[in-house]
Design a protein around this ligand. Sequence first.
Ligand code: KG4
Ligand code: ZN
Length: 331
Amino acid sequence: MIILGIETSCDETAASVVNNGTEILSSIVSSQIEIHSRYGGVVPELASRKHMEAIVPVVREAIKTSGIGPDRLDSIAVTRGPGLIGCLLVGFSFAKAYAFGLGIPWTGVNHLEGHIHSVFLEPDPPPFPFISLLASGGHTGLYLVTSHTSMELLGQTRDDAAGEAFDKVAKMLGLGYPGGSIIGKFAEKGDPGKIDFPRTYLDKSGFDFSFSGLKTSVSRFVQSHSAGYKEMIPDIAAGFQESVVDVLSCKLLLAAKEKRCEHIAMVGGVAANRRLREKVMNDAGRAGIKIHIPSPDLCGDNAAMIAAAGYYHLIDGGLQDWSLDVFSRAL
Ligand code: KG4
Ligand code: ZN
């Protein structure tokens, strides 16, 4: 089944052609980072308008580079939520109209289920059941994944998402938006043990997260050092990053042990972080657990993961309700 995936939930307009939910024939991601970085974060109305501009060229490019004509598409999978409503509506309305025009089935896909499916686009995907840590700009949660269409949320952040904490700390340090990759680069030049930022484990045996206390600690540190903090940016970045990495890795392995899973996965934009990948791989290796992390390109938002998740709904008939709407918050 050849599926066209479409993703417009935040600041990336993406389209991809995927065969049987696993083989990527093309994947185009048009990022709006340059526009939003001027404002230090995503401006929803601007983002929606940019999706309007980009959607047709991006879909056209995805179909062209796949080497497959529109007549060979079997179905369409499109992000339904969670995300920014104006942004979702652009992709969702486009997908419905295109499916209507081509006379093919379509389905709406949960963006989080999409991220979880990014590991199925890589060789040697995990067998069920497995634990998946989803850490992105909008969400941070641990899931027990028992099939392609059923996943149980074990715990999630009570305040900021991990990626959001990276973005806010980067903004505090005057490093620009989005902050994740910039903090990662500065952290490589710093000493993670120089400044001791707190690790918020909450209930040590539970799976919820909290990153707002850590963010406040960084803010206090910066304020108490006035202009002097500038020379300490690499150490602040490394100390902050190490705190996030320790908590994420600890809870991921704890969930694997408690649920007796031999396979774990890590997905979402933050899973592109080099130090996090290294730590989780080491910790998992020591515990005899197999870890699955998609290549950095598939960690951030993309449409191939939407097609991969949509495939399993489409082989079951999909959602064919033409009156279906988008949703902003996790269902
Ligand atoms: O999955 P994603 O592309 O979009 C959402 O669904 O939110 O994740 C974006 C988030 C941003 O907060 C960004 O700062 C973070 O992922 N991120 C990183 C890295 N690359 C992206 N965080 C830490 N280290 C990175 N290398
Ligand atoms: Zn995402």
